[in-house]
Write a new protein. Structure first.
Length: 143
């Protein structure tokens, strides 16, 4: 098996982590054991009257939404805490399980998507194989 990061991690080509973003308001959260990250303390783009019209037709994959969410106080703390927990689980001696991460917000279109993508980027930079799924990204904005 190919080794990266001085032999600590298997190849980044092997999926070791699956990150699922979703909206808790849809009442169909992913099931199973997972590290859960709640992004609801972050500013919700559609709730901000200054950007609401633009955000209604955007998702966390759009650069202007990413910039908005990243500029929200607490963003870095939430991402870093999730990253630290995921890396600790991945580093367990003799680990034989995939580390799933469920990232939630209210509707699953903005905050959870941005945080999930940021976590995926940072895990990949650490040599971790990651897949992401955005469960509710195409659902309508919740009121």
């Amino acid at each position: 098996m190919c080794q990266t990061l001085a032999g600590l991690w298997p190849s980044p080509d092997l999926v070791q982590t699956v990150i699922v973003s979703y909206g808790d308001g849809h009442h169909d959260a992913p099931r199973g054991d997972a590290l859960r990250i709640d992004t609801r303390p972050l500013r919700n783009p559609p709730s901000d009257p200054a950007v609401r019209a633009r955000m209604l037709h955007s998702t966390g994959l759009d650069p202007h939404v990413q910039a908005y969410v990243r500029a929200t106080p607490g963003f870095e703390r939430i991402v870093q805490r999730g990253l630290d927990h995921a890396l600790a689980l991945l580093a367990l001696p003799g680990r034989r399980f995939r580390v799933d991460i469920h990232v939630t917000c209210g509707g699953g279109r903005h905050r959870s998507v941005v945080v999930a993508e940021e976590l995926a980027t940072r895990l990949q930079a650490a040599g971790i194989g990651v897949e992401t799924e955005h469960r509710h990204i195409d659902r309508p904005i919740l009121t």
